[in-house]
Design a protein around this ligand. Structure first.
Ligand code: ADP
Ligand code: ZN
Length: 808
């Protein structure tokens, strides 16, 4: 190994490393080199956080490697090191490098996305006044005012001063005052959230034997505890503890220490049940998977709904943990996966950590730390859990691998958790299991081409039938404003009369799509986005489902003053009303984002449904995933057209997957299930596949279409968006950019557009879109980067999204 490559590899043992490469949380996508001052030589290691100067401020960064390769340019010194142990090992640093390269972001943006918010630090710049005596000679009036303010407010934050003195010269003025010694400046790392991650505890340091403390219950308790005892539990058990402890401390027998708060899973502890006897399909899938643990292989576990995939996951995790390796289990949505968590808790309570976006910062930090220290070796979580600091990975499971929620669209890094999982598994020499009843076309294609090994579970457990699917033509319904056809209404009635339960699915929350004036036909649009507001009746509000903006619903039409509104495209709230009207005796509940955002709201509804206290559950896509309610015999899909009509090449695929997934909730118990799918376009060929339940024929047909139009999986897409407040600005910038791109190597990519994005305006920003199709993502990104570097972007922002899933 020559000197240069050695430095690159960050060899720590090779004497003095005078430089380090630091990842910062901002573009461009590169590492920034800094000098390590002598005082920090022995402390700085890769994976630690440091503070470094950047232009005029100090920022927190993460050290990627230390080396002795002197860069050609002048470098600044590292200011300080924050951590005493690294947060990131070499595997995670490498993962961040890959994410940065493939998904086009700064390595720091990838690394900070891995670190939970509660463990992040920021730097405050604070100012102090230098001398007792006001040194005001030679100062202008504005400088004097700043000085006086700081004298009155020692330790004033830089941000505070800029707010207090918004004049343009303040930054320069502060610099001058520091330079000439009127003010001093200090930088303070703020990482306050870490404190709550430890607790006070009492440790026994006195003699452990002898009769001296016989009869003293508190002392005996401490002597007999191997580890420090938390102060809280002492106060709880011994009411007079404060006085007693003080006396023991005077005798040098106890001392107070800070101990890290242990992680406690937020789930019920369930007793383990006897193992089920696996079906022959489950058994052979499990054998193949278990045999592969210890090497790399990606499996596509294609099992129809209710075929027992979860049981296979659990056994595979168990054998992996038994080998001393760790496991990662990704699910699309966890708030609703209580049943899954209970099953996991029964087996792995003391090993599992749950990571998802519904946690508080503290819960998330505790969980992350427990994984980082290797105290917990099984992570169950949603998308971002794929970045968990697991060591020695043996298996990664991605359940419902086709789910769109695995792709992070915003903010950066715009990664796809399934694809990151596959990459991580390969790097770690682990296996990856993609499980689903409806494989994505990408995974299907990869299995067909031999990249993945396909394992099938073709039948439901205990010989249960897959539910039959019936089409209902909505064009002939008598009341065109209603989403309930008489066919579906009869089925619901029959189901309830027979003691069964019904699930009704509608992919739109709120009361109606738009609020449309009955007189002039105008709809109320969100002022910030090019979409109509949705009407929410419970709060009499108009809400934008894209940006969240809301306002009170008007009483009269703003365009013509008319006072009668139409609700043409019904949402969940409106259907709920209609159901209550038609089934006055039925017990009905709604489950959508509005219900679920209240903490515990979704779980409460599902528990009531599970206990049989509800007859009808009405919901959005939240109810399509993973639910297992044996008494559900009817599933109604109220409006399939909304999904099919989306301007996206994946619209058909996604609709089919969603319909089959919701359909899979029916007939999981002793009563056979049936599914009613309502549509205004029953002649669409896609419904033939749905009626026959033939997913593989659907995939074959859809793949032909994709191939003809050169869409994934036959190519990769890179979406480039130009965003600006004025449409012409976004358009012009995009056109200049396209012009720059035209000098790229021929045949590297094909471009589609530029054109306004389907969602033309969002959050006050106009959006122009360009799509590149390529088989060489990294080379194309380098070309994009080059074209962009020469661009005078002005007030335009460019977003780059590799393998986009939502093309809106
Ligand atoms: P999937 O994830 O494929 O939809 P699940 O794993 O949830 O299916 O299994 C459906 C139901 O069948 C669950 O209640 C599960 O406990 C049960 N089950 C799974 N495997 C077996 C088995 N081998 N024998 C009996 N019941 C099983
Ligand atoms: Zn909006």
């Amino acid at each position: 190994m020559d000197a240069e490559t050695k430095a690159h590899a960050g060899d720590e043992s090779s004497g003095v490393n005078t430089f380090c490469d630091v990842a910062l949380r901002l573009p461009p996508r590169q590492w920034f080199t800094y000098r390590i001052p002598d005082s920090l030589q022995t402390y700085i290691r890769p994976g630690m956080r440091v503070t470094v100067p950047l232009r005029r401020v100090t920022v927190v960064g993460i050290v990627g490697r230390c080396h002795s390769r002197n860069p050609d340019v002048a470098v600044k010194d590292v200011v300080d090191v924050i951590d005493d142990v690294p947060w990131f090992d070499s595997d995670l640093l490498k993962l961040a490098d890959w994410i940065s390269e493939y998904y086009f972001c700064a390595p720091g943006e990838a690394l900070f996305a891995m670190l939970p918010g509660g463990l992040r630090a920021s730097v405050d710049t604070v100012y102090h006044h230098q001398s007792e005596r006001m040194r005001t000679t030679g100062l202008g009036p504005a400088e004097k005012r700043v000085c006086l303010y700081v004298a009155d407010h020692p330790g004033a934050l830089r941000a505070e001063l800029l707010l207090k003195f918004p004049q343009s010269g303040t930054v320069k003025r502060l610099e001058k005052l520091v330079k000439q010694g009127s003010l001093s400046l200090r930088r303070r790392v703020r990482s306050s959230k870490i404190k709550s991650l430890s607790n006070k505890a009492v440790e026994w340091i006195g003699p452990r034997s002898g009769d001296e403390f016989k009869g003293d219950a508190l002392a005996t308790h401490l002597i007999n505890s191997a580890a420090p005892v938390s102060a809280r539990s002492i106060r709880h058990k011994f009411p007079k503890a404060p006085g007693q402890l003080l006396r023991l401390a005077r005798r040098n027998c106890v001392r107070t220490v800070e101990v890290p708060t242990p992680y406690e899973p937020t789930m019920h502890r369930v007793s383990q049940q006897a193992d089920l006897e696996l079906t022959s399909h489950q058994d052979s899938a499990l054998r193949t998977i278990s045999k592969a643990v210890g090497s790399h292989q990606t499996f596509l576990l294609y099992g129809v709904t209710g075929s027992g995939k979860t049981e296979v996951y659990i056994r595979a995790i168990r054998s992996t943990l038994e080998m001393g390796k760790s496991a990662l289990f990704l699910v699309p949505e966890i708030g609703l996966a209580n049943m899954l968590l209970e099953r996991l808790a029964a087996h792995f309570y003391s090993r599992v950590v749950v990571l998802h976006s519904g946690l508080t910062q503290r819960e998330r930090a505790l969980a992350w730390r427990a994984v980082h220290r290797g105290e917990r070796t099984l992570v169950v979580g949603t998308r971002s859990a794929v970045l968990a600091p697991l060591n020695n990975l043996g298996i990664i499971i991605v359940d419902e691998e086709q789910d769109a929620s695995y792709k992070q669209e915003n903010p950066v890094p715009r990664y796809h958790a399934r694809d990151v999982a596959i990459w991580r598994a390969r790097e770690a020499g682990a296996i990856c299991v993609l499980g689903t009843a409806t494989p994505s076309l990408e995974s299907w294609h990869n299995a067909a081409s031999g990249k993945f090994v396909r394992l099938d579970l073709p039948t439901r457990i205990e010989g249960r039938e897959l539910p039959r699917l019936h089409l209902v033509n909505m064009r002939n319904r008598s009341d065109p404003e209603s989403l309930l056809t008489s066919t579906l209404e009869h089925r619901i009635r029959a189901t309830i009369d027979n003691g069964g339960q019904a699930i009704l699915f509608l992919n739109r929350r709120g009361y109606s799509g738009a609020l449309r004036c009955g007189l002039c036909g105008e709809v109320c649009p969100c002022p910030d986005c090019s979409v109509a507001y949705s009407y929410h009746r419970d709060r009499r509000q108009l809400r934008c489902h894209f940006c969240g903006r809301h306002q009170a619903a008007p009483k009269t039409c703003e365009a013509c003053g008319g006072d009668r509104f139409l609700f043409l495209r019904a949402g969940t709230q409106r259907v709920e009303d209609e159901l209550a009207e038609r089934f006055p005796a039925a017990r009905i509940a709604r489950l959508d984002l509005d219900v679920a955002t209240k903490r515990g709201g979704a779980a409460a509804v599902l528990e009531r449904f599970g206990r049989g206290e509800l007859d009808i559950l009405l919901g959005t896509q939240m109810i399509t995933k993973g639910l297992h309610f044996p008494r559900v015999s009817l599933v109604g899909i109220l409006n399939t057209d909304m999904g099919l009509d989306m301007p996206d090449f994946r619209a058909t695929e996604r609709t089919v997957q969603q319909v089959l997934q919701v359909a899979g909730r029916a007939g999981r118990g002793d009563i056979a299930g049936s599914v009613y799918v309502q549509t205004v376009q029953p002649e669409q060929p896609v419904f033939r596949f749905l009626e026959s339940g033939d997913y593989s024929s659907f995939v074959a047909a859809e793949l032909t279409v994709r191939k003809a139009h050169q869409y994934p999986p036959f190519t990769r897409l890179i979406q480039i968006l130009a965003l600006a407040r004025e449409e012409a600005v976004a358009e012009d910038a995009m056109k200049v950019f396209v012009d720059r791109l035209s000098s790229s190597p021929r045949g590297l990519f094909k471009s589609v557009g530029p054109a306004p994005a389907p969602l033309k305006r969002l959050r006050q920003q106009y959006r122009w879109q360009l799509i590149l199709k390529t088989s060489r993502v990294k080379a194309t990104l380098r070309t994009i980067e080059k074209a962009m570097a020469e661009l005078n972007k002005g007030s335009v922002r460019f977003n780059i999204n590799v393998d986009p899933v939502q093309l809106l």
